[in-house]
Design a binder for this molecule. Structure first.
Ligand code: ZN
Length: 183
C-alpha cells in the first residue's frame, strides 16, 4: 500500500500515513512543507458555489507542525526484525521465508537477556533449536552480524514493504547501519 512519510518540524520521520490521512492533514492546513514529486492529484468534494471539484496534491513526504520528539523508540516486531536481518539466519547464514524464521534472544531471556533490538536476531528454527538456552559462545554458534537498534530513518524504511524513490532517498541519507538492505 502506498503510504506518505510524515516528518516532524525537525525533519525526523514520525510515522507512515495513509494517503487519506495525508489529504486530511493538507485540508486542515497542517502541512508545513512537502518533499518529492507530487502524486497524481486526488479529487475532493464538489464545491457548491462553483460546481468545481476540489483537488489536493500530495507529496510523498510531508512535514507537519507539532511536538518534536527527541528520542525515537523503534517498535520491535518480527516482520521488521526479519527485514533488518535481510531474512537471513544470523547463525547459519541462510535466507528463509518469514514463516521459517524465529526471533532468537542472543542472551536467552531465562538468563537475563532482554527483549530488545540489541539482543534479538533472526534465526531459522533449526538453529534456534540447537542453540537452545545457551549463549552463542556456549553453543559454539558465533553471530554473523551484530544486532542493532534501527534509528528513526532505518526503522521507517524497514517497517514498509513499498517505499517510493523520494522516500528511499530521504531515509537512506541517515542510514547508519552497514547491512545489505542499506545499499
Ligand atoms: Zn540457521
Amino acid at each position: 500500500m502506498l503510504a506518505i512519510l510524515k516528518l516532524d518540524l525537525a525533519g525526523q520521520p514520525r510515522r507512515w500515513l495513509t494517503v487519506h490521512e495525508a489529504v486530511t492533514a493538507y485540508a486542515r492546513g497542517d502541512v508545513l512543507y512537502g518533499i518529492g514529486d507530487a502524486l497524481p492529484p486526488i479529487l475532493g468534494g464538489t464545491q457548491r458555489l462553483t460546481g468545481l471539484r476540489s483537488q489536493i496534491t500530495v507529496q510523498p513526504i510531508i512535514a507537519t507542525a507539532g511536538r518534536i520528539r527527541d528520542v525515537f523508540t523503534p517498535p520491535l516486531c518480527n516482520r521488521t526484525l526479519f527485514r533488518r536481518d535481510d531474512h537471513t539466519c544470523l547463525y547459519c547464514g541462510q535466507r528463509f521465508n518469514r514463516t521459517a524464521l524465529t526471533r532468537d534472544h542472543v542472551i536467552p531471556v531465562s538468563r537475563g537477556g532482554r527483549d530488545r533490538w540489541e539482543n534479538v536476531v533472526a534465526a531459522c528454527k533449526r538453529c534456534n533449536w540447537i542453540k537452545d538456552n545457551k549463549t552463542p559462545e556456549e553453543a559454539g554458534m558465533p553471530l554473523l552480524a551484530i544486532p542493532f537498534r534501527p534509528n528513526a530513518y532505518e526503522w521507517h524504511f524497514l517497517a514498509k514493504e513499498r517505499v517510493l524513490t523520494d522516500q528511499m532517498h530521504y531515509l537512506s541519507k541517515q542510514f547508519k547501519a552497514h547491512r545489505a538492505w542499506a545499499h
